[in-house]
Design a protein around this ligand. Sequence first.
Ligand SMILES: [Zn+2]
Length: 447
Amino acid sequence: MDQQQFYDLLNDRMRRYGASPLDPTQVITITASPDYLASYDGQVAALVACNLLGRLSPSVQIGYTDLPIHPHLPWAGSSLVRHTMEGMVATNPFGTYGARPLAAGDFRFHLGQDGHETIVHGSGWNAYIGPAPSPLPPIKADVGTGAALAVVLGAAHLFRTRFGAMIDPFACNAWDWTDVPKLVEFSPIGASVGHVVTAGLGSVGSATNYFLALATRDFRASLIDHDHVGIHNITRSPVFTDAHAKIGLAKVKAVAAFLREAGVDEVAVDPVAFHESALWNSREAGSTDVLISAANEFNVRYHIEMGFPPIQLYATTGRNWQATLMRHVPGAKACSLCVFPPDEKFAPTACAMDGPRPPQTAVVEDRVDAALPFLSFAAGIMTAAEVLKLTAPGYPLSAERVMLGLKGQPLLVGTPIPHRTGCLCEGRHKAVHQAAVAGSRYAEFAI
Ligand SMILES: [Zn+2]
């Protein structure tokens, strides 16, 4: 395959989304304040910046000095520069990736609370982009989520403005998902989160597992997906590489290899569609602690809801530069079919004549496989953050639905999910559902 064919496939989903790739001749150099880079949060920022910007652009230089990878991260002790560089090269064999000091004409993507006119800074559960210095409160706890989120905000700004300066400040937090930074010292590092089943290992499912593993390897992962990695998948997933695409590796196997290499010991895979999965269909009651429902094919939500699922967490990427996080707790008034009615696309249009249509809270799921890389990363961070917070006192901490909009200045809005009249969940017996999740780790959240 020549370079042009590779780039046509690599950028196919971005073009389908209506966006064009960045100017490949504009070099992006990632720099970082030394004290920030020595911290866990600073290293998460560096890992995510290289991973995401290396997929958004074929011209990225590492301008920070090398350090051993932080003890709380996977790959602890190995060279941060070598690891992040190898990650970029693995995604795009035709790219120009290297490590050198900042040069004239580079676009500088600076990580830290200070050190450049404009900064990308995450600390604790808080994220900030804009002019220096950072307004975020000092947090002692290692968290990583705010750092990862800040990089996504910065990358979205870079992409949207085509290398414009981050003049307008924006701050938010991933704790209660508001635009007010929070002084929270809860650390999810090493948290034991239980048995996490992921239905769908596309961009969002794979990104969720990636961000989860940056914080903890103390979970049991079950991965269900029938699909294989293609070149068009590479830009939106922090896990998939050109080597995976070359052999058409099953997505579950690519994510399993990543998790095992990161240090997650218990990983099971089922390379079939969700409704055919023995891992799911033959599971014992209460054996799944949390379900990441990141698939949207074969009426998957129908099969999930009919199977009396445990707490469900997932995020979708939308047509309008947004990522939307959802939470469905057993017994809550709205299930995932309330949000995404089954077979909506085949619904008879004549229903408009039968009376008023249900309120448009029931949005049609985006069935076209197209999204921008930073939206998929945002969806993965949002979902992983919720999984990590399951062990925090006072959970849940936010509305059932949280939308992050990145089309202009970032926007973060939380709303409850209303029940959809006539939804299948109306016929579901609450006691049966409660019995089905009894014994699972987060059954206490059932209503
Ligand atoms: Zn429902």
